[in-house]
Design a binder for this molecule. Structure first.
Ligand code: BES
Ligand code: MN
Ligand code: ZN
Length: 507
């Protein structure tokens, strides 16, 4: 799959003053007393243009803000982009990532061919150089991304690629930054890949097409393999949950399994299970029309797994991972599953359907039970599972539930490092109690309250004794509005989080 805007990343040993580039990005803290050495030197060559701009109050270094200063014959850059970093004591690696994203977004907007980043300078001594290189690379992917593959008449046009380089005059520093840059580039590219797949609408991507894409990427990336079960094979295996959800659509469901063995056969395997509903109309329990279009993003969890598998294989991490992506389209029709139906799932457990719109758990329960059957050591599922989670946490963090304290801590650590935030929520016995049915083993909805927790408590029962964690990303799958550094649409949430978790495990 072609990148929408190709990002060409590299590091280069170059001097800030003479560096030839379309756009040179330098960071500034809001509480800095005067310009630092780099900016002061530049300012001198520019005859004090930066100082004047700051004195006028046009740029205060606030996070998310930028200002452009034009170059002259004394410097190599055509333009300087001042990027606000906020307060110095609050700055983290996330600040650098966002600053790089901000710069990349501006670079695409002004149609710059080359963007030279000197953002790490402001963080000298504060952050590890390799880590800084990594987040700058991730940030440039995040910020340069936009989804316009179906726009045929573009008003202002844009370039098809963006050359990004991190520059420093110190070769030793460049070497360290470059290590992180390679890794961040792989993660960033995988995340943009996930965003494009998720952004594609349901008439373009259905479960079969998603399965074909998984097979294609597995073939293209060394170490990755892919098996797909069609509806006949699922029926033979008794995967009643995913079959029920997929029964209303002309596009049949697919059960996608990706495998990556980087640690050797004797080592444990981690299962990632992602919900991939290519469109969620609610089924017979149909949703209201308003914002139903957003339900094309109900495949985001599954696609986060696909993107993570790609990144992990490209990074050649010494871990064993199996990516399980049950995929179906939830539509109402004469062949749909109905409220009242009793479904036998892959685990053997039966489920009474009370609401066909609680379909995510019906495909995930087969995915989780499949992971248990493969004797996986750990299971992490990721899903746009409940509106209740979005009500509880908004669009700032994903809900995190689980049965293993250590696993939860590891995911929280990965969240901090990746900038994809999580918040713990319960899923214990009280919630499981609500999911008991009188006429089957379980029912697929609980009471009105605590919907994110009861959904998780439902899933938990399919993991059995296996260590399990659950990420409810219902509020995180998309950016509703474009921001200073992000385009609206799919966020690709989960690719950075899960890849970081696996990188930490590998260490
Ligand atoms: N895909 C939705 C959850 C969702 C809602 C994701 C908003 C993103 C934004 C899920 O399949 C769903 O419909 N859940 C129901 C469950 C209910 C019927 C128990 C919900 O949250 O209303
Ligand atoms: Mn639903
Ligand atoms: Zn759904």
């Amino acid at each position: 799959m072609k990148e929408i805007i190709e990002v060409k990343l590299k590091t280069r040993k170059a001097d800030f003053i003479t560096c030839k580039t379309d756009l040179l990005a330098a960071g500034l803290f809001s509480d800095a007393k005067g310009l630092d050495k780099l900016n002061a030197e530049l300012d001198q060559k520019l005859g004090g243009a930066i100082e004047r701009l700051i004195k006028l109050g046009d740029f205060k270094g606030k996070e998310g803000t930028t200002a452009i200063v034009y170059g002259n014959d004394s410097i190599g850059a055509k333009r300087i982009l001042l990027v606000g970093l906020g307060e110095k004591k609050k700055a983290t690696l996330d600040t650098v990532r966002n600053a790089a994203a901000n710069a990349a977004k501006k670079a695409v907007e002004i149609k710059a061919e080359t963007l030279s980043l000197a953002l790490h300078r402001a963080f000298d001594g504060k952050c590890d150089l390799a880590a800084t290189g990594r987040v700058m690379a991730e940030g440039t992917y995040l910020g340069s991304y936009r989804y316009d593959e179906f726009v045929t008449q573009r008003e202002n046009g844009r370039l098809g690629s963006l050359g990004v380089e991190i520059i420093d005059s110190d070769a030793g520093k460049i070497k360290k930054i470059d290590k992180g840059l390679q890794c961040g580039g792989i993660i960033g590219r995988a995340q943009s890949y996930a965003r494009t797949l998720a952004n594609r609408p349901a008439n373009v991507i259905n479960p079969e097409k998603l399965a074909a894409e998984a097979k294609r990427i597995a073939k293209a990336v060394k170490g990755l393999t892919c098996t797909v079960f069609d509806e006949k094979q699922m029926a033979e295996k008794g995967m009643g949950g995913i079959l029920a959800v997929g029964s209303g659509s002309k596009s049949p469901p697919r059960f996608i399994v990706l495998q990556y063995n980087g640690a050797g056969k004797s080592k444990p395997t981690i299962a990632l299970v992602g919900k991939a509903i290519t469109f969620d109309s609610g089924g017979i329990s149909i949703k209201p029309a308003s914002k139903m279009d957003e339900m094309k993003l109900d495949k985001s969890g599954g696609i986060a797994v696909l993107g993570t598998m790609r990144a992990v294989a490209e990074l050649k991490l010494p871990v064993n991972v199996i990516g399980i992506i049950p995929s179906a389209e939830n539509l109402p029709s004469g062949t749909s599953y109905r409220p009242g139906d009793i479904i036998s799932t892959f685990s053997g457990k039966t489920v009474e359907i009370l609401n066909t719109d609680a379909e995510g758990r019906m495909i995930l329960c087969d995915g989780i039970a499949y992971a248990v059957k493969q004797k996986c050591d750990t299971i992490i599922d990721i899903a746009t599972l409940t509106g209740a989670c979005k009500v509880a946490l908004g669009s700032y963090m994903a809900g995190l539930m689980g049965s293993d304290e250590k696993l939860i801590k590891q995911i929280q650590k990965a969240a901090e490092e990746s900038g994809e935030k999580v918040w713990p929520l319960p899923s214990g016995d009280e919630y499981a109690e609500e999911m008991k049915s009188k006429i089957a083993d379980l029912k697929n909805t609980g009471s009105r309250w605590g919907g994110a927790c009861t959904a998780a408590a439902f899933l938990r029962q399919f993991a059995g004794e296996t260590k399990w964690a659950h990420l409810d990303i219902a509020g995180m799958d998309m950016f509703e509005r474009a921001t200073e550094y992000l385009a609206e649409g799919s966020s690709g949430f989960g690719v950075r989080l899960l890849t970081t978790y696996l990188m930490n495990i590998a260490r």
